[in-house]
Design a protein around this ligand. Structure first.
Ligand code: SF4
Length: 381
């Protein structure tokens, strides 16, 4: 159970408990909000479940479930291969995880709190056996030379296994610094990378923990271009609502993202998620007005402004988000990106479909924000 779907998890848990079926909850949210999760379940598993799961099942079978099990951090060499074959129905993507943990510990991100700062890698032969297409690692290539060497070995093994699968993954911008890495990734089926640029302000990047983005006097436009030369799509993520952000930030982000030349822009509201440093800071500063939990978790999707922002009122920040999206996804800008893809022979159809579907999502987002304003506007202050 992640931070973003807890209410649905509680709903499903309630349904089964009413039927007399014992319910165990686990995942990031249950780990960070243990007492809350326990009110909706018979038992919770904190941390990574692999080491304790057989014991949980045995205890459930014998009717002696404990209220908490501490999973800690798993040894990735010992985790079982996921049973994708048990999924019923048609899924466009199957997910695999090849690493866990991230040493960067960005202030808004719960990965380090949940999976630890130590970057752990699964044995390459286990990853190859999974044969699925969406790599859900939080940082596929890691930060150190040995991490990158292992990523290259993984890609070589994927090429050798001839999986014929296309995949996308999250990575840090240092992906662009190694030609061999990008070439191997592309040959192994990498179609796109999701990169968190987060802020236009170097000082803020340092504060967020994104030191990596500033190393080597990074030229983001050149980095994006180097990745795209391997026919890999770049989706860039930016945060709106940082303490440095003032009115006008939405348009500026869109213009800079256009200048970087990224294929898709994903702008998100700064959101304090439980377990993060940002949560602790904002809570201590009394900047989290939507705090009637679990009901308010439904707004913690990064697509609603749930906090108080330093220079932006609730109306301002919604306006900035709309201006950012309207600028980046204007028809002239979409057509320019598609034309660039044709010119550079880089999957123009994918670019068109991707941009139009983002544009469509944004239209739905506008309606959701109107409802949000009506439902909680008075509580945002
Ligand atoms: S945002 Fe990315 S780089 Fe930062 S801690 Fe989370 S996973 Fe690591």
């Amino acid at each position: 159970m992640g931070n973003l779907d807890q209410n649905r998890a509680y709903e499903v848990a309630g349904h089964f408990r009413r039927l007399g079926v014992p319910v165990v909850l686990g995942g990031i949210h249950a780990t960070m909000c243990q007492d809350e999760a326990l009110r909706h379940a018979d038992s919770i598993v904190t941390g990574e479940a692999e080491s304790v799961w057989p014991r949980v099942l045995e205890d459930a079978r014998l009717g002696r479930l404990k209220s908490r099990y501490e999973g800690g951090r798993a040894e990735l060499a010992n985790i079982p291969i996921a049973r994708h074959d048990l999924l019923a129905g048609r899924y466009a993507l199957g997910a695999i995880q090849t690493t866990r943990g991230c040493p960067l510990n960005c202030s808004f991100c719960s990965v380090t709190a949940f999976n630890g700062a130590y970057y752990r890698q699964r044995p390459i032969e286990d990853v190859i056996r999974e044969k699925h297409v969406l790599v859900v690692d939080d940082n596929l290539i890691g930060t150190k030379p040995e991490h990158i060497a292992r990523a290259k070995d993984l890609f070589r093994a994927m090429i050798e296994a001839n999986l014929r699968k296309e995949w996308i993954a999250q990575a840090t911008i240092n992906f662009a610094d190694d030609e061999e890495l990008m070439e191997l990734a592309a040959k192994a089926g990498c179609n796109g990378v999701f990169i968190g640029f987060e802020s236009l302000d170097p000082g803020k990047l340092l504060e967020l923990g994104k030191k990596f983005s500033l190393m080597k006097n990074r030229d983001f436009r050149a980095s994006v271009r180097r990745i795209q030369r391997h026919n890999i799509v770049v989706v860039g993520s930016f945060i709106i609502g940082l303490d440095v952000d003032e009115p006008g930030i939405g348009k500026r982000i869109a213009e800079v993202a256009n200048w970087y030349g990224i294929d898709n822009l994903n702008a998100l509201f700064l959101t304090p998620l439980p377990g993060t440093r940002l949560w602790d800071t904002m809570k201590s500063e009394d900047r989290i007005p939507l705090n009637t939990f679990p009901e308010d978790w439904k707004y913690y999707t990064l697509t609603f402004p749930v906090a108080r922002y330093k220079h932006l009122s609730p109306n301002d920040i919604l306006r900035e988000m709309h201006s950012c999206n309207a600028t980046f996804y204007s028809m002239p800008n979409i057509l320019r990106r598609v034309w660039n893809s044709v010119w550079r022979r880089r999957k123009p159809a994918l670019s068109l479909v991707g941009n139009l579907s983002y544009r469509n999502n944004i239209r739905m987002g506008l309606k959701a924000h109107d409802n949000f304003r009506r439902q909680v506007g008075d509580r945002l202050g």
